[in-house]
Design a binder for this molecule. Structure first.
Ligand code: ATP
Ligand code: MG
Length: 560
């Protein structure tokens, strides 16, 4: 799959490196998630940038699991990350793990110690942070900074051998406690953590920090352009410092930062998303309300729509929030061409056609209508839909006393039942509470197909389902997970803005028989209602992917 060649500052940098021959014309990128959760829509942006850039320049992109923190990482997450990248439509050149470099990283740390560029600090992390100073405020040297190389080597080896308790010592780079960039004030390289690691087991009890591991992992793999998000901007000098002070196998990689992708009405932080799962706010990482790739997949988002959106918005160095409606618009555009049409009634109301013919055995006759599966794609063919004297229509398509501008069914009014007949409501039956339980109607046999031979017009066309042929389905309707456009903007806590009505479950919706044959995970359009994805596990459960109205187009029109 080839992405359209975008012009952005990342491509410009790569192009210039190629012209200068910096990496001998080679382009190699990586996508480096920490396996501590599921990928979300923000990661989809990083994936399209990392894989897309490499592909455009004939290079390669690896998946590197940044598994340097044994506290939070699990095989479950590795497997989901691998599967989600494949679902999105990308194939990593190689599957790699930062933990495979623990040995090399350790050797490089000894190299820095030997050159008196790193030291073992016996202070705890709180004391160390307090000594870092602040912006415009100098830090102060650790009292252990002047240890001899021999003492540091001895202590570091004993740290590795497991002689010391968690938190009792760290290894720090010896750079400059007055550096204007806080990231270079003697940053921590190793922490002691007597913890089982899901890949290296109990082999290690010291673990590298992100900064110490990342650039070196890039260098080991031969990465040329290490693309990450803007929050690492201030870490770039440290990234470069480490690489400049080590004996590298090749030209040092270059870190490039771009703005994170964020959306209105949702969050893209694994930690916060994990809390939604842990607190039971959602059913799991793959709840259709989650902005995780798993959630979007279950919700029915086509991977092609996500990829197209990520490349259309471009790549910049300015943080901004995208409208969730813009993504939905892309989803709708893709589904419009691919989703087959079906009829389903979400809140059924019984409609009885009193003049419908009955057969010899006294049963209402069944007629069949041939209906196109997708008018946007004739290759999808057609199906036959049963029609009989007892139907379900949408409860909100009938009004006993029609309000102004209500053109759908009411007593005495004629409407079109889509693709079938014109019908006129004649009376209603109510239950003891006064609730309408049945609408009586008469049909005009001359209007088969939905048009009157005398050319008379009706103002409304409604969807319907034959009661006798209907299958019962459960439909989940979704609203925004967070009511506020920027969750947490007013209180600082996103969870304060949770929408308590983000899901409405409708049991007893009725659908034409063909819906039952929808393959798991497939999206269909319910006519007049929106796009709905068949659940991948529970038969006859449908999730509303998006409605039919393009809110994004409306927003853009309003903004002129
Ligand atoms: P989180 O805070 O959600 O855990 P993260 O940045 O820590 O996100 P990682 O798994 O460490 O997640 O990130 C893998 C890669 O994806 C990194 O290069 C990171 O910069 C990028 N990334 C993460 N979130 C976004 C986002 N919202 N938009 C674009 N890229 C992102
Ligand atoms: Mg992270």
């Amino acid at each position: 799959m080839t992405q359209p060649v975008a012009n952005d500052f990342i491509r410009d940098i790569v192009r210039r490196d190629n012209e200068l021959g910096t990496y001998g014309g080679r382009v190699q990128t990586r996508f480096p998630p920490e396996p501590n959760g599921y990928l979300h829509i923000g990661h989809a942006k990083a994936i399209t940038v990392d894989f897309g850039t490499a592909e455009e320049f004939g290079g390669s992109c690896n998946l590197r699991l940044d598994d340097t923190n044994p506290d939070t990482e699990e095989t479950e997450f590795v497997e989901s990350i691998v599967a989600d990248i494949a679902w999105l439509g990308f194939r990593p050149d190689r599957l790699l793990h930062a933990s495979d470099y623990f040995g090399q990283l350790y050797d490089w740390a000894e190299e820095l110690i030997a050159r008196d560029l790193a030291f073992v600090d016996d202070q705890d992390i709180e004391t160390i942070s307090a000594q870092r100073g602040g912006f415009g405020r100098p830090g102060s040297d650790s009292p252990y900074r002047t240890r001899t190389v021999e003492e540091n080597l001895d202590l570091f080896r004993r740290m590795r051998a497991g002689e010391f308790a968690d938190g009792s010592r760290v290894l720090r780079a010896k750079i400059d406690m007055n550096h204007e960039n806080m990231a270079l004030r003697d940053p921590v390289m190793y922490r002691i953590r007597h913890r089982h690691h899901f890949r290296t087991g109990d082999q290690w009890c010291i673990y590298p920090t992100y900064d110490w591991a990342h650039g070196q992992s890039d260098a080991i793999e031969g990465v040329t352009h290490s693309i990450c998000t803007l929050e690492f901007d201030t870490h770039r000098p440290l990234y470069d410092w480490y690489l400049a002070h080590l004996t590298l196998p090749a030209e040092a990689p270059r870190q490039i930062e771009f703005a994170r992708l964020e959306f209105t009405h949702t969050i893209t932080s694994k930690r916060r998303l994990a809390k939604l799962v842990a607190d039971g706010v959602v059913d799991g990482w793959d709840d259709p309300r989650m902005p995780t790739l798993r959630g979007l997949r279950r919700r029915g988002y086509p991977p092609a729509a996500i990829r197209a959106f990520c490349s259309e918005i471009g790549t910049t160095r300015t943080n901004s929030r995208q409208s969730i409606e813009a993504l939905e618009s892309s989803v709708r555009r893709h589904l419009n061409t691919t989703a087959q049409r079906r009829m389903a009634v979400l809140r059924p109301l019984r409609l009885v056609i009193d003049n419908w013919p009955i057969d010899e055995s006294g049963e209402p006759v069944t007629q069949y209508f041939e209906v196109a599966n997708n008018p946007e794609n004739p290759a999808d063919g057609s199906r036959s839909v049963a029609f009989s004297g007892e139907l379900f229509i949408e409860r909100e398509d009938f009004a006993e006393v029609p309000p102004p501008k209500f053109f759908r069914l009411s007593v005495g009014r004629e409407v079109r039942l889509r693709g079938a007949f014109l019908v006129t409501a004649t009376a209603v039956d109510k239950d003891a509470e006064g609730e309408i339980v049945t609408v009586h109607a008469s049909y005009d046999p001359a209007t088969r197909g939905g048009d009157a031979p005398d050319g008379r017009k009706v103002k409304s066309t409604m969807h319907w389902v034959s009661a006798r042929h209907a299958v019962e389905v459960t439909v989940a309707l979704y609203d925004r997970l967070f009511t506020a456009p920027v969750p947490g903007e007013s209180t600082g806590e996103a969870l304060d803005d949770l929408n308590p009505q983000s899901r409405t479950l409708l049991d007893g919706a009725k659908a034409e028989a063909a819906l039952a044959a929808t393959p798991p995970g497939q999206v269909v359009q319910f006519e007049r209602l929106g796009y709905f994805a068949h659940d991948s596990d529970t038969p006859l459960l449908f999730h509303r992917t998006v409605g039919l109205r393009d809110e994004w187009a409306a927003i853009q029109r309003r903004q002129g």
